[in-house]
Design a binder for this molecule. Structure first.
Ligand code: 5GP
Length: 197
């Protein structure tokens, strides 16, 4: 998605060879127009897959998921990272190791909101090693529901999340795929030129 790649190039901040900061349009301040376009693209990609629920993880997954769910005409559910006091024991729980925070957290979703009849589209802001995605898949599996696929805003293709998920047979649609973060610069997979010289 060209518009997204342009935002990453112009408004992203390469913190290291592993971490990209996108606080300007996704992770803190939200560019609602861009996130609207991102959500529309996810909805277009999964429109024929019988999606009944969109599932993400708080908080940065919510913005890109919102317009996807709006366009697919489904509810949006976000997994909670901290158990709310108003949540009873009626929850699915999975453990997720956070790439950016370097800690393991339980994520929870109420059993009221995903059932065996559901086909679930999972959306997240980043795909790195696939831990968040695997935790969300685990929750869908606990519910006996079907995973339609994964919609990722920014995939860091040099980490092994995609490989892990593809090995398990899941469909992944990433709107921007990063080959490398190097010297403050982002290179996307589709910009690589084959040079045989
Ligand atoms: P994974 O679970 O695939 O290892 O990492 C994905 C999760 O970690 C995402 O939910 C995202 O919040 C966070 N994350 C991973 N890499 C980055 C990154 O380079 N920048 C930012 N802002 N978040 C990241």
């Amino acid at each position: 998605m060209e518009r997204l790649k342009q935002a990453i190039r112009e408004r992203g901040n390469v913190l290291s060879s592993e971490v990209l900061k996108v606080d300007t349009f996704l992770n803190h301040q939200v560019d609602v127009e861009l996130m609207g376009a991102v959500g529309e693209e996810f909805a277009r990609l999964f429109k024929d897959d019988g999606v009944t629920k969109v599932l993400t993880i708080e908080s940065s997954g919510i913005a890109p998921s919102f317009m996807a769910a709006t366009n697919l005409n489904t509810p949006l559910i976000f997994a909670r990272k901290k158990k709310s006091l108003t949540m009873n024991e009626n929850v699915y729980v999975s453990q997720v190791y956070s790439f950016t925070k370097r800690e393991t957290n339980d994520i929870t979703v109420s059993k009221d909101f995903i059932t065996a009849e559901d086909t679930v589209l999972i959306i997240d802001d980043f795909l790195a090693n696939g831990q968040a995605a695997l935790g969300l898949i685990d929750i869908v599996n606990q519910a006996g529901a079907k995973v339609a696929g994964l919609g990722i805003v920014i995939e860091k293709s040099f980490q092994d999340g995609r490989k892990r998920l593809e090995e398990e047979g899941y469909r992944i649609e990433s709107l921007a795929r990063i080959h490398e973060l190097e010297a403050g610069r982002v290179t996307f997979i589709d910009e690589l030129v084959t040079n045989n010289n």
